[in-house]
Design a protein around this ligand. Sequence first.
Ligand code: HEM
Length: 372
Amino acid sequence: VRLRTLLTSLSYSGKEIPNLEANIDSRIHDLLKLIRQESVEGKAVDFAKLAQFFTLDVLTEIAFEKPFGFLTQNTDVFEYISEVSAFLHILELCCNFPTVQKIISSRILAGLKPKPTDKTGLGAMLGIAQGVVKRRYASDAKYHEDMLGSFKKNGLTMEEAEGESMLQILAGSDSTATAIRMIFLYVLTAPSVYAKLTREIRAGATSPTVKTSDARAMPYLQSCIKEGLRMWPPLAGLLTKVAPEGGETFKDTFIPPGVEVCWSPFSMMHRKDVFGMDADVFRPERWLEAADDSNKDVLNKMDRTLDLVFGSGKYGCLGKTVALLELDKVFVALLYDFDWAVVDPVTPIRTRCHGVHVQTDIWLRAYPRSVK
Ligand code: HEM
């Protein structure tokens, strides 16, 4: 509880990281540069890959002082993505079969766990985390205004800071990449939405990187972000919680200790009684209509239900501020600098589900805009 309170109110809120927005802007410039390079002579770009490179560079910079360079090197640095993807099969088994989890966590298999001396994957990242944290926690280390600086200032131990740095990347990279991919794909495949959003952005922005306050003042952009998160909640597993010792009473129903309770983000976000009879359709206008309605109960209910996409209460997402900053900025940049088309309208994306949904192969054409 102590750790969570410190992290929520200070470190993850961004209050102690004055360069957070500027750093995200720099990563956006890297993203745009890579799209320009990759799309020469009308070549298609894999937006699924680009979105993940972007979120990983944002988060590795937040966690480890500088981005690993997924975008600038145009490569899966340390083979992190391929190793974590391969691990998802095991993760799915662990989630569904506690016995598998026990075997994996047993001492017999301890040798297979990621180690900081590994050259690739999570182990390599752990090695970097340990190195950076050790340097930053040295007695003569100067204070830096960044996430690690905030962790240290707020009394996290070295071990806690290492764990938290790794957790940010695991929790925040796939989830935000999924949000970016799916919101963008929904926009691109709804011509009237694409036209309206592009108009709003090009009228309201004077460069590809805008301040968050400017992005928040774009009502249609905000509606597209909300609607995309609603249509495809990035963490769509059942988010199980276990009733505590002594049990729990919820709305007059007693839940015995140890019983797992879960809810389905997909079903919740498609509730017709909350979002309307066309809840299965991507229609950003529903948010504007609800905002115009004199009865604000409808909008409140929609907003509160959508908030659940980031979890709630003591299990809520710590990185929501960072995630929303990324979302606010990235679509403005993508639509300010380029016109877009989906390469294969029949199969625009591949998805797999391992408890979490993984999307690959979103092939798009990006046409640089000549008029600025
Ligand atoms: C659109 C993007 C994101 C979504 C939808 C999302 C969603 C969630 C959800 C639903 C949970 C709670 C899971 C549960 O109930 O057990 C969670 C936890 C968490 N998220 Fe996010 N997340 C996003 C981005 C991020 C980012 C960018 C970061 C890091 C900067 C982050 C850091 C975390 C952490 C550290 C936790 C664990 C909190 C704890 O230990 O209690 N998330 N996220």
